[in-house]
Structures are given as C-alpha cells and as structure tokens.
Design a protein. Sequence first.
Length: 739
Amino acid sequence: MPATISVRPDGVGVITLDSPPVNSLGTELVTSFKQEFPKLVQDPKVKAIVVTGKGAMFCGGAEITEFAVMVAMGPEKMKDMIDASPKTTVAALNGPALGGGGEVSLACHYRVAAPNSSVGFPEVNLGLLPGGQGTQRLPRVAPLPTAMQMILQGKPLKSDAAKKNGIVDLVASGDLLAEAAEFALSHPPAPISKREVPKTNRFMVAAGALESGLNTAVKAAPLMVAPRSIIKCFEAACSKKSFREGLQVEMEEFTKLVFSVESAALRHLFLAERMAQKVPGVDEKPAPLKKIGILGAGLMGGGIAMCFVQKGIPVVLKDAQQDWLDSGMKKIESLWAGQLKKGRLSKDKYQQYMGLLKPTLDYADFKDVDMVIEAVPEIMDLKKQVFLDIEKNTKPDALICTNTSGLNIDDIAAVLKDPSRVMGTHFFSPANVMQLLENVRTSKSSIRTLSTGMAMGKLISKKCIMVGNCDGFVGNRMLAPYAGEAKMLLEEGASVEQVDAAAVKFGMAMGPMALGDLVGQEIFWKQRKAANDMKKQTKTYYGPYELTDWLCEQGRFGLKTPDPKIKANGRGIFIHRGRDKMVDPEVVAKLDEVRKMKGMVPRQVTDEEIVERLFYPLINEGFKILEEGYVARSSDIDLAYIYGYGFPPSKGGPMFFAENYTGFKKILEKLKVFDAQAKERYTKNSQYLPVHYFEPSKLLEACAAKEGTKVFPGQTLIDVVLKEFRKSGSAGAGPFSKL
Ligand SMILES: C[C@H](O)CC(=O)SCCNC(=O)CCNC(=O)[C@H](O)C(C)(C)COP(=O)(O)OP(=O)(O)OC[C@H]1O[C@@H](n2cnc3c(N)ncnc32)[C@H](O)[C@@H]1OP(=O)(O)O
C-alpha cells in the first residue's frame, strides 16, 4: 500500500507516504491516500493526524511521468481533504518535502521538521509552477521575498530557515514522530486556506516587488514561460481574490505549462540525467577511487585535478618540467585564492584543498593511485609514451584514462599489456567549471573500468555520458558540421556578427564564432595537421578552412592564447578586451579576400537559414552516431549538448528539438535541399570540396517515416525507432549497436 495508516498509543493517527524511491505523488499513492486518510478522520479513537514519509524523503513531489493524468484528475482533492480535516493535521517532515511534497506539507495545519529536512518548490526547473495549491498557500505563511525566491528560483529552505520564515512551526530536537504527535495534540485545527495573506505581502506586490522578481527570472532564463505564470499566481494570491479564486488562476496557468513544449523539454532532461547513469551492460561494482594521478599540469590537467580535490580526494599532479608544474600550480592556487577573496571558499577549505594536491615530477608518486588521467598535448606518439610510463609506475589494476578530444583511444591503449584498464575521460574546458564529461568506451575497456569511470563522473558531480570511440566522440563530431557551416555561411555573405547573433537568438550560450575563440581556433587545424591531412581531401572535410587556417598560422588561436601585443587577452576572430570583444577588422578584410579568391559574390543570408544550416547537419550527425551505435540513446546526446555546448535547456537538446520542435520530415527535406546546393557548389566551383554532413542518416529517414506515432511518457520516438533499427541488424559498428 503506498499510503499506510496506524494509530499511536497517544491517539494520534499517522499516515505514511510509502512509494519508493522518493514517495512521489503518482496515481497509486494519491488514490490510496484518499482512501486511507478519511479512515483516520472518521476513527473516533484518533484525536489528531500526522502525515509523514517513509525512508529519507518526505515526498519528492508529483510523479514526473504522470502530469497529464494529474491534470485530468482535476482539482486537488488530496490537499483539500487534509486542509478540511476537523482534526488537527501536522506534517512530520522526515526529509525533503519538494514540489507536490511541499504542497502536502502546506495542506497540513502545521509542520514539524527533522533538523536535516527541507521544504522546496523546484517546479520551475521543470518549466512548471507549484500547481497543487503551493502558489496560494506559500504567500499565506512566508514573507513574499522568500516565497518568490523559493518558487521563482526553485531554491529550497533547510528546516531552520523554513522555521525562521514561518513555513515550519517547530524543528524537532529528538523523536520526530513523537514531537509531531505532541504538537498535533496541543494545537487546534488551523487550515492555511482560511488565513489572510499578510498585509506586508500585499504592500510589496503593490510596490512592484513582483515585476522586479520577474525581471531577474527572465534575465536568467529568457526563453522560459513559467516565471510569468508564477507571477500571475502570486498576483492572484496577494489580491482581493479568495483562496479558491486564486486556485483557479493557479490551475489555468499550471495546465498551460504542463502542456508546453518547454516543460516537456525540461522533464525530458531530468529523466535523461538519471537514465545516463544506467549504461546497458555496465553493471559491475566500481573500484574505489581514493587517490588520483593527473599527468599534465596545463589548463585541462589543472582543472581536472581541481574537480577531485574539491570533493576531498587527494591528487598527485605530475608534469615533465618544473616550470610547467609551477605554472599549473600557480593557476590552480590563484583560482582558489580568488574564491577565498570573494568569500566563496573558507580559509580552512582553501588550506584543505592545497593540502590534498601534491605536485610532482616523479612518476614514482603514482605508485598508489587508483586512476590516472593524462592530459598531455594531443600528439599520438607522446600519448603512447606516457601510457607506457604510467603502466610501469602504477598498480596493475589502476585505471589509465586519456583526456584526448580527438585521437583514437584504441590506438593509444594498444601499447599496453592490459588495454582493458583504459578508457577516455573527455572533460570540457574549463574542466573545473564545465559540467559535461564524455566517458569513452574503447573496444577493450573492461566492464570494471567502465563502471568505475561512470562512478567517477558521479563522484565529481559531472553530467556524465558514455560514448563509443568514434572520431570526435559525440560532442565534437556533431560540432564539426556546425562549425563548418558557420564558416560556409560567412563565405556566402553572412557577417560574423549575424551568424553568432542568430545562434544566440536560438538560445545558444554563445555563437559558433565566439565558441571557436573560446575553445581555440586551432583544434581542427591541429587535428588535420596531425593526420597529415592539410589537403582536406578526406571524407572528414568540414567546411572551408582558409580563414581559420590563416588565423592559426599566425598563432591567433582565440582567447586561449595570450598575445603580448594585446593586453591580457588573445586574438582570434574577435579582439577580446576583458569581457568585451569586437570582430577583428583584419578578419573582415581576410574574409573579403577569401570570398574574392573563390569567386563568391556575397548574398543576403536570412537568420532562419543560418539556424537551419547550423543545426540540421549537427542533428543529422547525432542521428548517424545513434545509427552507428556510438551512444546508447538519444537523450545522452541531448545532455552532451546542454551541458557541454550551451544548447538551450528549454529546447531539450538537439535530438529532443528535432522530435518536438521541428519534426523529422522538415529536417530531412531541408537536408536534401542543402545537400543539393552543396553538391552544385563543388561541381561548379573547384575551390570547394564535397561535404558529407548533409547526406541524411538512415535513422532520421526511419524516424520521418514514423513521425507522429505516439510513445509512452518518458520515451522518445527516436529511441523507439532506434531499438527496431538495432534489432533488425541495420546498426553500425559502435559498442551500443547490439544493445
Ligand atoms: C503539482 C506539483 O507542484 C508539481 C510537482 O511536484 S513537480 C515535481 C517537483 N519535484 C521535483 O522536481 C523533485 C525532483 N527530484 C529531485 O530533485 C531529486 O530526485 C530528489 C532530490 C528528490 C532526490 O535526489 P537523489 O537522492 O539524488 O536521487 P535521484 O537519482 O535524483 O532520484 C531517485 C529516483 O527517483 C526518481 N524521482 C525523483 N523525483 C521524482 C519525481 N518527482 N517523480 C518521479 N520520479 C522521481 C528519479 O527519477 C530516480 O529514479 P531512478 O532511480 O529510476 O533513476
């Protein structure tokens, strides 16, 4: 039974939410609550009622996969029932009460909380609002600024803070249930629905507090519609409307949001994050990670070291030369010192961090580490050499990981006696800030290695996905056509500013040209150089290269490479000065020269075309990656783009966007048009080479054929089609193709 009842010897009835793992309010729990609760109300032996949760959570909120059912069920009978109880009701908060859980607690007449519990309304993170009476109850107990912070920003309050803000009545000091029962017996029924909204809250609304709260929320997430709906609910609560009239407004706004694509996108991401941790076939117990070795104290190595140290894990940071090591340590120290200065880090923590980080030049210091991550320059022979050195100096079962972003990891691992110890751990720059981690599975990685790699991602709080060992893995492989088309659009007539602005308007954190300067313009250039491929006559040709090759040949790699001529900053497509940047006039002149050299007459390019040309080939590449089996499911790709490349969360990631915003058929049709245009270009103009990224993926074609087919909540049509695809044996050589 998801809601169980019992009666204590003191005459207090207890109803327990019991629906593991988080006591979410699904149909079963709500139905059983509505059956069981009246039994306590009607039982003459019961003097008062306590509502509590089983396990570590009070309640994690409404069941995320059942919102449509919830709306169909209509107004909130469960909370009305608790509120209207003639016997005093007390919520005994044994753990977090979130979303619908917070609302159940506010439906009770009083709240008694265990010290480590909390009350929160994280619905906004799912593109929603507390639609189970929360927007009308919270402003009746808490000051408006607190209520706004909790609901507009989704910030929970710990028990003590909740008590200070009038949300919790008592923080228990001992036996929670006993104290809640005693509180219930000594207080009369007092439903929040009958309380007036405090006058100060009404004054604040009249004085414009809601407008300024909305401005802050919109600035933080401009594409989201939920904050506007939340404000309408607060307005209703603090106006002359009755509690019931306020609920009517709340229900209308909630229903609008539940069926919005933005909320569907955010719910998809919530489930995607949890799903990504479950990699098919990767099910061994992870090895303990008590000490980590990092090889290479540069920007990446240093950032990776910080991730572990900040979780209290000792790190040995090795480099080959004292000056390189010193400069790496100085950079780390200055980052932590900066946090200390800003008050974001305590002195104790700063000292603890420094104590956990051991710089060394000696491989012998790797003797007792459980994992080594190498972050040396992207040169195949160097990687192979350091792998051999690591093998000689580590325990035989220590994992050996590479942070390469472009080299073939199977080739690197082949030098070892035991390549099953190897996997890729592709961090994103700056590694201590960026949330994404692509764990790369080679053909020989053992299940123990992979399980440990996934556990490592969780340990350092990364959004971690598992991918196969293909060129560029998932993120950069999809980025290549995006970056290629950005450059092609410039040659056709768009300006740098227009391309970036169109991508930003779409919702990207930054445009492709600014991204190139941030990550370094030289990455593809170096890869082509390393592959001895400067002639670009390969199937991995990704758009024109003249402009960026010209930059790279002069060392203008972007923000990453300080240029002594320009104070403290680099030079690439843009000239950067602090946070400001302007397109380098020399780049504009060079672009003109390239256009003339290739006989291109600039034309007017629309923003719509820019968005389609940037994102459709990127999405097509995602389909090819799925089709070839280099990733388990489409939502892993979505996570990669949201957390690694600044794709807008409200669009749910590129694959969700394809399925729910544009539709497969439209993308397919457009790709065919772009493909024909590109083919015409290279047949007519010998300065251009054929591109392959517009050639439609077979999986995309299969999805287009099934467009509109209904799938269960939490599923995507792409994955349903993919499953059939893989079953039919049409999938490629990647490690997930048979799963
Ligand atoms: C009308 C109402 O106002 C609308 C609502 O209530 S909307 C829902 C509001 N609630 C939320 O947003 C809370 C969402 N959940 C969370 O933030 C976190 O899961 C948590 C803090 C509750 C627990 O975190 P943590 O201990 O790290 O465990 P976590 O891995 O996230 O979750 C455990 C499992 O519970 C599931 N789960 C958590 N909350 C859930 C929910 N509200 N509905 C369905 N499943 C949920 C997770 O999917 C996961 O499932 P899995 O084991 O199959 O992967």
